[in-house]
Each structure stands twice: as structure tokens, then as C-alpha cells.
Design a binder for this molecule. Structure first.
Ligand code: ZN
Length: 324
């Protein structure tokens, strides 16, 4: 299946603090190596029609950034013009209804920048309420692509992953630029393995964790986990028959990177190189990250390891997707 690069959190001048036109966004998205974006203005869907003239140049998925009093979340894959309710807080008990409206459209709900260091930016809702977690949010007012709040989000996700896998409710990670201004789009970006470049295929793949996060289009990642004849990638389930599995990682575009292999035991292999192979045992999952001294370069969703044989494909997402 092919891989597509996208950015599911993008603003134009319809959002406060942003100054881009749709035309500028489309050009910058192509320049950043993106195949798709989601339009996610703050609490408005009035701009969903703005993108029609560019339909041949870029897939633009209709969405919204939902601003609540206790954090932000992304509704991605809305029926055009569908407005999702906002401005409630965690004590109002309203969010479940709004999350359900997004899913009824075939969309996904993303916990946005859960540790953002500004008022109401930190997400008070449990990550489990959402379909994916934006552990890497772009530089916005900074020129440093990987910031402390991203580190906090990744640490929170990673600490909860083992229990989530055991409970059958782990959530995949994604990365988005949250671009407001020139030069921000696509840093970072999410690389998605999907049957086709359509909103429903891409969002189903994101929901299943068949994706990884890249700092830019320059960064490439091969992450394969194998057992017997079975080979698995991000979001896949691999039967292990209880035996150790082989992990193979190949990185491009990060000459000074350090590859790390993570399991239930934490970091179990680490190498300053562009390739790594390791053997992993006694874990329900394995995921990888690549970073340099200054910044993160890539984060890949886990391969799930089950004591069965042989490899079998991950269960396909069951939610039906609406026409759009
Ligand atoms: Zn935003």
C-alpha cells in the first residue's frame, strides 16, 4: 500500500493569529511535500468551500479546531459545513455528544497539543476519548520544531501505551504543523499508509495507527517488524508464537540521528546511525523514534505483538465512513 504525507491541522486567515490564504496554503503544502491537509479553523467551518478551486492540486479534508475552555481538539473529516460545538469545559459533560457527531460523519477526533503552555491550551480531557493524539505540534510562535510540550505529550502517551494495548484501547500518535504563518506548513507531517488518497481511506488508516510522524518531507523511515514469515509495520498486529521478533529500521534525511526502539521495558535498543536491527522479546508492542541532539526527526506508531501464529493483518476499522 502506498504512503501519503499530510498535515491535519492547518489554519488560514479565517483563524485569529493566522495570515495565509487558501492559495498560499495549497502552494506551501505542495512545496512541503504534502499530498493532503485538513482545514481546521478555530470554531468555524465557513471556509470549507474556500478549497474547491484547488481540488485538482491538493486533497483538503474538511475539519475544525474545536476550542473548549479546557483544551483544544481536532474534528477531521466533517461533512462540509458541519459545525461542531465548542466553548464548553470538562465539567459541562458536553464533549461526548460532539465527539459522536464527528464520528457519525465518518470523521476522527484528535487530542490537539495536549500540553500546550497557554491558557486553556492544555487538554483536560482523557486521551482515551479521542481517536488519535497530536504528540507533535508545530513551531507556531517558535523557530524550534520540537518543544517541551511535545516532549511532555509524547512521554504521557508512551507511559500509557502498555496499559492501553492490554486494554485494547491504545491511541495512535500523529504530528501536525498547526501552521498559522508562512514557512510552517508540514513541520511536522504525518505519513499514512492508505489504500488510496481519499479522506475515508486516510482517516481509517490514521485511526488504525498505520502512520508515522516526520519532521519534514526530507525524513524517510522504514520500520519493519518480522516474526517467521510475517512482516508488520505501524499499527499492524504481528503474531509472534511467543518468540523474539526482529526489528529493522532504516532512516533517510537524518544523518546525525539516534534511532531508539521502545517496548514495554522502555528503550531497549539505541544507535547513532541511519540503520538499526534489533531483537525484541517480552512486550505487547514495539515502536521507534529518531532524534538528533536538537530535535525529534521521526516517531512511528507501534507494531502490536501477540503470542499467536502466524502474522495476521490488523483488524480493519469498523466505523463506516460517510460520503464526502
Ligand atoms: Zn490550531
Amino acid at each position: 500500500m502506498p504512503w501519503y504525507r499530510g498535515d491535519l491541522h492547518v489554519h488560514t486567515a479565517r483563524s485569529r493569529g493566522a495570515d495565509r490564504t487558501p492559495e498560499q496554503v495549497v502552494h506551501e503544502a505542495r512545496a512541503a511535500g504534502l499530498d493532503f491537509i485538513a482545514t481546521t479553523e478555530h470554531d468555524t467551518v465557513d471556509g470549507h468551500g474556500d478549497w474547491a478551486p484547488y481540488a485538482d492540486e491538493l486533497l483538503v479534508i474538511p475539519g475544525q479546531e474545536v476550542v473548549t475552555r479546557t483544551g483544544h481538539w481536532l474534528a477531521v473529516g466533517l461533512r462540509p459545513g458541519r459545525l461542531i460545538g465548542s466553548h464548553y469545559g470538562i465539567r459541562d459533560g458536553t464533549v461526548d455528544r460532539e465527539l459522536a457527531r464527528v464520528r457519525a460523519d465518518g470523521g476522527i477526533c484528535v487530542a490537539a497539543h495536549p500540553h500546550a503552555p497557554y491558557p486553556a491550551g492544555q487538554l483536560a480531557y482523557p486521551l482515551e476519548l479521542f481517536d488519535a493524539v497530536e504528540v507533535w505540534n508545530g513551531p507556531w510562535t517558535s523557530d524550534v520544531p520540537w518543544q517541551a510540550d511535545n516532549g511532555a505529550a509524547l512521554a504521557e502517551w508512551s507511559r500509557g501505551l502498555a496499559a492501553g494495548v492490554v486494554a485494547g484501547q491504545w491511541r495512535p500518535v500523529i504530528g501536525n504543523s498547526d501552521a498559522h504563518l508562512a514557512g510552517q506548513l508540514g513541520t511536522p507531517q504525518t505519513v499514512v499508509r492508505a489504500a488510496a488518497l481519499t479522506a475515508s481511506d486516510l482517516l481509517a488508516s490514521v485511526r488504525g495507527g498505520h502512520c508515522w510522524i516526520a519532521a519534514s518531507a526530507e525524513v524517510t523511515l522504514g520500520f519493519e517488524v518480522s516474526a517467521g514469515d510475517g512482516i508488520a509495520g505501524p499499527g499492524d498486529v504481528l503474531g509472534t508464537s511467543g518468540a523474539p521478533v526482529r526489528v529493522a529500521v532504516v532512516v533517510g534525511g537524518v544523518p546525525d540521528g539516534v534511532i531508539r526502539v521502545h517496548t514495554e521495558q522502555g528503550v531497549v535498543a539505541e544507535r547513532a546511525a541511519t540503520e538499526l536491527t534489533a531483537t525484541v522479546a517480552d512486550s505487547g508492542f514495539v515502536w521507534v523514534s529518531v532524534r538528533t541532539a536538537e530535535t525529534m526527526a521521526a516517531v512511528a506508531n507501534p507494531v502490536l505483538l501477540v503470542d499467536q501464529s502466524p502474522a495476521h493483518p490488523s483488524p480493519s476499522p469498523s466505523r463506516s465512513s460517510a460520503e464526502r
